[in-house]
Write a protein that binds this ligand. Structure first.
Ligand code: FNR
Length: 190
């Protein structure tokens, strides 16, 4: 029986997304205390505060999916040295209406992969700034900037490099410990 449920966001909408492969690997390597479930956001319309008085069902369901999990994990590419627009749009939906921010006190972690040598570091920095404003306690360490080389992770999430696999396993163990610490301070019922 897992102790915590983690909702994960795959920042890319691309069919062959390397970050989706990474997410699959993280699901495989997560410790047994974590139940992993994806929170999809690709069907959300573009956010406007005109919706605040009457959120569409798809956005209500999206916010409910975040409420239902103990923590959130962002597995995201870097687009133009920031995060993909679709992910930012989803975060905007989750953060509103004013006073009903779904990320408040929700523990989070960020990881991403890119073919580039700095492996999403700049995009992650932007996401940290956003989540900080959204009042989400973030795991600061371990940081994870994964440079993707062809064949590193299969479509099924199998990792071909042992050191990378071990690193990803440790990352998820650290996230479990972080969630436990945060939820000791901020109990789930509050
Ligand atoms: C990229 N890419 C990219 N890579 C990077 O390391 N830093 C960047 O700023 C960008 N910018 C960027 C913008 C746009 C619009 C695209 C489509 C791509 C390359 C990117 O890392 C590569 O396409 C990855 O495959 C994206 O991850 P997913 O979507 O496959 O998970």
């Amino acid at each position: 029986m897992p102790d915590f449920t983690v909702g994960y966001f795959v920042g890319s909408l691309a069919r062959k997304s390397i970050n989706r492969k990474l997410a699959k690997a993280l699901v495989r390597l997560a410790p047994t205390e974590l139940a992993m479930r994806e929170i999809p956001f690709g069907d959300l319309p573009l956010y406007s505060y005109d919706y605040d008085s009457d959120y569409p069902q798809v956005a209500k369901d999206f916010k409910a999916a975040i409420t239902a999990v103990d923590a959130v994990l962002f597995v995201t590419p870097e687009y133009n040295r920031s995060i993909p627009g679709a992910l930012k749009n989803a975060i905007d939906w989750a953060s509103r209406p004013y006073g009903q921010n779904s990320f408040t006190r929700k523990p989070s972690a960020i990881i991403g992969t890119s073919p580039g040598a700095i492996g999403t570091a700049v995009g992650q920095q932007h996401l940290k700034s956003i989540l900080s404003f959204c009042n989400s306690p973030m795991m600061n360490a371990v940081e994870a900037y994964i440079q993707f080389k062809p064949g590193l992770i299969s479509d099924e999430g199998e990792v071909s490099v042992e050191a990378t696999e071990e690193f990803l396993r440790t990352y998820m163990q650290e996230f479990r410990d972080f969630i436990r610490r945060v939820l000791t301070v901020y109990p789930r019922s509050s």
